[in-house]
Design a protein around this ligand. Structure first.
Ligand code: SIN
Ligand code: CO
Length: 374
């Protein structure tokens, strides 16, 4: 993506300016971010998705002032009637199920893929909303259908109301208010308080991000490094030829502590071990994702990644759906292009090595990529 090109999506800012001025810092309201926006998912299609096992959905309702939360799947009959006010259906990860929604998400790839999470769609009946709250992640709230009144604020007091099934702020102090029309978009940094109330029937698309917590990263990476260590054949036993007799048998020897520390240091010090573990972790498909084995096809015209495939790279590796490959030279250039563009044209394939073609073909077999014509 050209990060110096002003975008109407960002209200005329370039991606570079947006990231510098707003990302993780301050909100941005963009009127007509997508002019004449024609939402790719209609109400009936959203309800059908919410009925699926393997699609994460939630229903938030306020009944006589009390907040209620239920988790899907929801049959159509399990949803309140359209005439009933004050309910919201939220469907997570719609980009995994719909090509047009996946394409819409691609417009936000001025943020690294490693940070992009999913596109959630909410449907609200009149007056529906999920209450004043804050999220831990950045979000772009794109109005898709109808109007929503957003009240937002910097909110110092993050106390939540007790005993509710969802996070609702105890003392919301809004500072600004906007009514969003279809095509309008509001960016909010993490922890910025917001409350969106549907003015009539309304659909909002949330472009959401992920940010690993330090503890989660440590846990994930150490688990992967531990697997590598278990594969290490050259693994000496602790030896203590110099161990003197001890008067206090229960005390752990300092030498054994040193040995343990050296074992961990060694696991971490393996060249590229950490980078490989990180790339594999970041490209792990979502738990609900299941690839259908593909048609081997012939890759004459080109190849494109499946919308559910996660592909990234670093200086030495290419990662795809939790697997890593060491790549260098022309093949690395080609695979990086595939990861960035999510497709390769016939002319790219014409220059690919046999090894690269074989790999691409195995990814097509696995359903991770598709030949152009498929
Ligand atoms: C919604 O779309 O109803 C909620 C989105 C949000 O507040 O994060
Ligand atoms: Co929110």
């Amino acid at each position: 993506m050209d990060i110096q090109q002003p975008l109407s999506l960002l209200g005329g800012l370039t991606p570079a300016q947006f990231m510098r001025r707003h990302w993780q810092k301050k909100p941005l309201l963009v009127r007509q971010a997508i002019p004449q926006f024609s939402p790719p998912v209609q109400r009936a299609e959203l309800f059908a998705l919410a009925a699926h096992e393997g699609v994460e959905s939630r229903l938030v309702q306020r009944v006589k002032g009390a907040w209620k939360l239920r988790h899907g799947p929801f049959s159509r009959r399990a949803l309140p009637s359209l005439q009933q006010p004050d309910w919201t259906l939220l469907v997570q990860g719609v980009d995994l199920h719909n090509d047009a929604v996946h394409a819409l998400l691609q417009q936000f790839r001025f943020v690294p893929d490693a940070r992009l999470d999913d596109l959630m769609i909410s449907y609200a009946s009149p007056d529906g909303g999920v209450g004043p709250h804050f999220d831990s992640y950045d979000v772009f709230l794109l109005q898709a259908h109808g109007q929503r009144r957003w009240r937002i604020g910097r909110q110092k007091d993050l106390t939540l109301r007790d005993g509710l099934p969802l996070k609702v702020l105890e003392n919301f102090e809004p500072e600004e208010e906007y009514v969003l029309e279809p095509g309008d978009m509001l960016y909010l940094p993490p922890r910025y308080a917001h409350d969106g109330i549907a003015q009539g029937e309304c659909m909002t698309y949330s472009i959401g991000f992920r940010a690993p917590a330090r503890a989660e990263l440590a846990q994930e990476l150490m688990a992967r490094l531990a697997e590598d260590a278990a594969d290490d054949d050259n693994t000496p036993l602790y030896a203590d030829a110099g161990q003197p007799a001890v008067p206090h048998a229960a005390a752990i020897p300092a030498n054994l502590q040193d040995f343990a520390r050296a074992a961990l240091t060694r696991a971490l010090a393996q060249p590229q071990a950490l980078e490989r573990a990180l790339g594999e972790y970041l490209t792990e498909p979502k738990a609900s994702v299941w690839f259908e084995p593909g048609d081997p096809g012939v890759m004459l015209e080109g190849v494109r990644l499946d919308r559910r495939t996660r592909m990234m790279y670093d200086a030495k590796h290419v990662f795809i759906n939790g697997e890593s490959y060491l790549a260098g030279g022309r093949d690395a250039t080609l695979m990086r292009r595939l990861a960035d563009e999510r497709q390769l044209a016939a002319r790219d394939l014409a220059r690919a090595s046999d090894d690269a073609l074989e790999l691409l073909s195995s990814w097509c077999d696995a359903g991770w990529a598709h030949t152009w014509s498929a």
